[in-house]
Design a protein around this ligand. Structure first.
Ligand code: NG6
Ligand code: CA
Length: 524
């Protein structure tokens, strides 16, 4: 949301960030830079968001099954959090909350979005990118988006510039996947237009019906030369992998799954290079380790855990590429990186990639129960590392209770930005904790499971609201949901949510119910 959005001008620096042949970007001109920005006292900020990466998936969080030297290096120099939370146990609501500072459960239409969903964050909403932009930062979103594009669901013309997009949400530069790698359209979108657009293969997308004569995973399994589905994911075939939804065309613009991480890394590096001399904010979202997991051949077969482990190696490589570039340019010292994940991990999420059978001793959720989709901690407890050598001068571990909902207000505090009245209603300033200068817990964290069951937890206790959902997911992934018709109360010092203590502590149940009601009613 910004007045300057009408000033569609292209900065020379941005031009440098564009690959040859890219279309003219419609980037808003950054407002006049403030003094701190000009004098470079403010850091660059990179939110580095992994997809479905679990608390237990990184070496620095304890796994011995896969090496993650680059993330380890970040953790060794930064703050490694052991009680950090995404707002929701799936991507769209989690990302909505991170970017707006508003709980997704307050807003209709924030569940896992189709690839042809219209824009879920509306242009009039104030976003994290708007906030950085207001202080003169140049801003970018690179990688997975999954928050809708264009004005209306299913009405996008993918063969023309999209009428509404990330430029309306404060991002100067954007190179994104519309949704997930398992959803059509399987193309990158740069500055609102399909990247490497191929006029000989116009793109059509539908989530309702197939296009006549187009093969599908269901009917043509012989065409699935890269990955076959284990559940769902049996519609259009792109790159020998069937997806969710139907698409036709795309030609040269279609991605190859094995190159997605390289594309994201190279566009990230180009952007950093082009803006090394001015403060930048980047929302950099990897596709790893979401399904379909089909990393580059450099990584395939390199971990003992099959493709899921290989995708973790590829994620770590991406982190290394970004770090190396920041170091090479001499700007790592004054760059704040917040590395985290959008939700908890899942082992088989719909493709036959042998993740279950090759798992061995590895525990993607670490010590936590449940996983992606679930109300248990495995759904929303995520790895989180804050790195900023100039300010965080030694490696630390913090067990403070923190939530991604606070990125907005904490970072606004860091850069001295004012948030317009009514924006980021659920975000609080926890900057000292996020920088490891305090161990102050958030008073509470609200967690949203896939079926909208809400939980509220403090450093000591967690209350899960009653739900009539199924105890274990029946439609595909094997995940304990944490849904129960009765109230659940867990002592979080015991970590694993095994013993429901609601009957023993009705007073605590009541207090947490009240607290959750207050949050719902008063935006406490
Ligand atoms: C589910 C998909 C799953 C994944 C998830 C979204 C099926 C059977 N499963 O519906 O594979 O795409 O949506 O994941 O379709 S998220 O991390 O983007 O939220
Ligand atoms: Ca996810």
């Amino acid at each position: 949301m910004k007045l300057s959005k009408s000033l569609l001008m292209l900065s020379p620096a941005l031009l440098l960030a564009m690959p040859l042949g890219a279309k003219t970007p419609k980037a808003p001109k950054a407002p006049k830079k403030n003094v701190a920005v000009c004098e470079r006292t403010l850091p660059n900020v990179i939110v580095l968001l992994a997809d479905d990466l679990g608390y237990g998936d990184l070496e620095c969080y304890g796994t011995k099954s896969v090496e993650t030297p680059n993330v380890n290096r970040l953790a060794a120099q930064g703050v490694r959090f052991t009680n950090a939370h995404a707002v929701a146990a799936t991507s769209t609501p989690s990302r909505y909350s991170l970017l707006t500072g508003e709980y997704s459960w307050r807003k209709e239409g924030t569940d896992v979005a189709a690839g042809n969903a219209g824009m879920i964050i509306r242009p009039e909403q104030f976003t994290l990118a708007d906030m950085f932009h207001s202080q003169g930062y140049v801003t970018a979103a690179i990688g997975k988006w999954h928050l809708g594009l264009g004005d209306k669901t299913a009405e996008q013309d993918w063969n023309a510039p999209l009428p509404a997009g990330l430029g309306d949400l404060g991002f100067d530069y954007h190179y994104i996947m519309a949704a997930t790698a398992d959803r059509v359209p399987c193309v990158f979108i740069e500055q609102g237009s399909v990247a490497n657009y191929d006029p000989s293969a116009p793109i059509q997308v539908s989530y309702k019906q197939n296009f006549p004569g187009e093969p599908t995973g269901r009917e043509n399994p012989e065409l699935l030369y890269n990955l076959k589905p284990s559940h769902g994911h049996d519609m259009s075939i792109v790159n020998g992998i069937s997806r969710i939804g139907y698409m036709k065309g795309g030609g040269k613009a279609l991605w190859k799954d094995e190159n997605i991480a390289d594309s994201i890394a190279s566009h990230t590096i180009d952007f950093i290079r082009a803006h090394a001399d001015e403060p930048f904010f980047m929302y950099c979202c990897t596709n790893d380790v979401h399904v379909p997991r089909f990393p580059h051949e450099r990584f395939r077969g390199k971990s003992p855990m099959g493709l899921r482990g290989d995708a973790i190696l590829q994620f770590d490589w991406t982190v290394g590429q970004i770090m190396n570039e920041l170091e090479r340019l001499g700007i790592a010292d004054n760059t704040l990186i917040l590395l985290t994940s959008d939700n908890g991990p899942v082992i088989d999420d719909g493709y036959d990639d042998r993740a279950v059978e090759l798992l061995g001793d590895h525990r993607p959720t670490g010590p936590f129960r449940g996983g992606k989709y679930s109300a248990f901690e495995g759904g929303t407890q995520v790895p989180f590392i804050a790195y900023w050598p100039k300010r965080i001068t030694e490696g630390k571990e913090s067990d403070a209770l923190v939530s991604q909902i606070d990125f907005m207000r904490s970072l606004s505090n860091l850069i001295g930005a004012k948030l317009p009245k009514g924006s980021a209603p659920d975000s609080k300033n926890s900057l000292p904790t996020l920088l490891g200068e305090s161990t102050q817990d958030r008073e509470y964290v609200v967690e949203q499971a896939a079926n909208h069951t809400l939980s509220i937890r403090t450093a000591d206790w967690k209350y899960i609201t009653p739900s009539n959902g199924e105890a274990v997911i029946s439609w595909g992934p094997v995940v304990e949901t944490g849904y129960l018709r009765a109230p659940q109360l867990y002592d979080m010092h015991k970590v694993t949510e095994q013993e429901n203590e609601a009957m023993q502590h009705p007073d605590i149940v009541f207090q947490l119910q009240q607290l959750l009601q207050d949050v719902k009613d008063h935006w406490k």
